[in-house]
Design a protein. Structure first.
Length: 367
């Protein structure tokens, strides 16, 4: 229990430290995910909505009421506060919670399984998967609550098609749980789904538009074939200023084999689009067709050559590249596993619209 103002302040600082630690080990990326600490029986402190970890200060950490989700101050708490609240309500021993979109656990949560039987070191473990609910909804919180009740001994829950929730009696315990979960889920993907993949972004040919609207290529001798794609993208998408060519292992795999990607993860639907086409050889143009450049779809696949991830800023394009890589690992795992749970197209459109709207609002504030 935190009672004095000093205790609250040091807890807020600790939350920021933890977010940086998780950031460093790659379990948290950008603004995706959130962290909380219990204050007492009735309230907890949580990270705010939509602020990057490097910009966090203690006064941005918000105190939220567990029973009615009301909060103190002007900073908006994370939109997943209801998920944290229900976890504190059900698990009285829980003092610290980490919610992440970590790669392997999130991908394991797209297979349509109710639990993931796997192992960590020599220990067999079972990780519950809470059924899908749209982000920020009561349904999602209720589903996570159900999973926690059903598995009272589990300190980790996967939120289907979204991410994870890791609980601890301390910050350290919650972090260790998130790390263990990632290894255990990767074990499952490797053994059961035959999907043994590194994650990250492998950069190929990038470009951006300069002040005069001229295309500047990062690599001066970019092949004409590639320049052609960049030119087409800028022509058809006046909103795009940056292109990152992602040739990661998973993106390359999908660019060779798939012909259509439906979102398996919320962040894919939000940042990339509700449906992404991968060109094929069928129309005789050797994949050099550009009908896959579409408004509100931020990844353009090239046949057997990865994908071009686009954005208004370099940061946006990189976010797309990171989320695409994870989406391609999920896609591969589902294909090899033979089953998976895709998001409904309506949910995807809804999330995509909502994300674009709230993002442009956020951008307006910054500008
Ligand atoms: Zn989330």
């Amino acid at each position: 229990m935190l009672t004095t103002a000093e205790e609250i302040l040091s807890a807020k600082k600790r939350i920021i430290e933890v977010s940086r630690e998780l950031h460093e080990v790659g379990l948290l990326v950008r603004t995706w995910g959130n962290i909380s600490q219990r204050v007492d029986e009735n309230s907890f402190l949580i990270t705010p909505s939509g602020i990057k970890y490097e910009d966090l200060t203690p006064d941005m950490i918000v105190k939220v009421n567990i029973s009615d989700l009301s909060y103190e101050g002007d900073v908006t708490p994370s939109s997943e506060k209801a998920v944290h609240a229900i976890a504190y309500k059900i698990r009285k021993d829980c003092e610290f919670i980490v919610h992440t979109h970590q790669v392997y656990a999130s991908c394991a949560g797209t297979l349509g399984m109710k639990k993931i039987p796997t192992y960590f070191d020599d220990e067999d473990i079972v990780i519950p998967v809470a059924p899908y609910g749209l982000p920020g909804t009561d349904k999602l919180a209720a589903n996570v609550g159900m999973a926690l009740k059903k598995y009272p001994d589990s300190n980790a829950v996967i939120m289907a098609n979204h991410g994870t929730l890791c609980l601890g009696r301390s910050a350290k315990e919650a972090i260790i749980e998130a790390e263990r979960l990632e290894v255990a889920c990767n074990n499952f993907l490797v053994d059961v789904c035959k999907t043994n993949m590194n994650h990250g972004v492998e950069v190929g040919f990038n470009s951006h538009l300069d002040d005069k609207g001229q295309i500047v290529y990062d690599i001066p001798d970019t092949p004409e074939r590639v320049k052609n794609i960049h030119r087409e993208i800028y022509k058809k998408r006046p909103d795009v200023k940056y292109i990152i060519h992602n040739k990661s292992e998973a993106v390359m795999m999908v660019s060779r084999r798939a012909n259509h990607m439906r979102p398996l993860l919320d962040d894919f639907a939000q940042l990339i689009g509700a449906s992404v086409k991968v060109p094929s050889n069928e129309d005789g143009k050797d994949g050099q067709n550009f009908h896959n450049i579409k408004k509100n779809v931020n990844a353009v696949f090239a046949l057997n050559d990865g994908a071009y991830c686009v954005g208004k800023t370099e940061d946006d394009a990189m976010a797309v590249a990171i989320v695409l890589d994870k989406g391609c690992i999920a896609h591969t795992a589902v294909m090899r596993h033979g089953e998976g749970h895709y998001l409904s197209i309506w949910d995807c459109y809804k999330m995509n619209r909502h994300y674009r709207k709230s993002y442009s609002k956020l951008a307006d504030i910054k500008e």
